[in-house]
Write a protein that binds this ligand. Structure first.
Ligand SMILES: [Mg+2]
Ligand SMILES: [Zn+2]
Length: 178
């Protein structure tokens, strides 16, 4: 079973320093929906792991996060793809939870849900913490330059052998060719 883990903001949709607080603010990065659809057609199971500290900060409510994800699922579905599940951390950094990336909690949840370890499972992110979380459980980090990706690349310190792609579309192209 081919499983892939995607970060949300900056990978699937445009990121914002002001947070994505409404369904209207959720706008897909060109090519990302089609890339997920390609994965789905090739039999991959696609899940999302995302830090959503805006919840803890009171910037949006649970119901709004659900509405944002409903929009995302619908958009992906219309493109012919499927996101099976969204795993999110609702905490702020100050809460010191075990699930806010770079902590491995979200990925551990995915491992439990799918009944497998995440060794070599591709995990696509635009921030260092996505890559570190992936590396910490033996998954395979991939960096995209969308979202915070350019800054992440410039700052350095990536896990060893992290490949870098222009965007999700290019990362998926690479994975499907391998
Ligand atoms: Mg991100
Ligand atoms: Zn958390």
């Amino acid at each position: 079973m081919n499983l892939i883990i995607l970060d949300r903001d900056g990978v699937i949709n445009f990121d914002s320093d002001q947070f994505i607080k409404t369904p209207d603010e959720w706008k897909p990065i060109p090519g990302s929906l089609e890339a997920i659809a390609r994965l789905t057609r090739e039999g991959w199971r696609v899940v999302v792991a995302t830090n959503q500290s805006g919840l803890a900060r009171g910037l949006f409510e649970m119901a709004t996060l659900n509405a944002i994800h409903t929009k995302m699922h619908k958009a992906v579905g219309q493109a012919g793809g499927r996101i099976e599940a969204v795993f999110y951390c609702p905490h702020s950094a100050e809460m010191d939870c075990g699930c806010r990336k770079p902590k491995p909690g979200l990925l551990d949840e995915i491992a439990v849900r799918y009944g497998r370890d995440l060794r070599d499972v591709p995990a696509v992110g635009d921030s260092l913490r996505d890559l570190l979380a992936a590396a910490s459980v033996g998954a395979r980090p991939l960096l995209v330059k969308t979202g915070k990706g350019e800054k992440t690349l410039a700052a350095g310190g990536l896990p060893e052998n992290t490949p870098v792609f222009a965007d999700l579309s290019e990362a998926v192209e690479f994975l499907l060719k391998a």
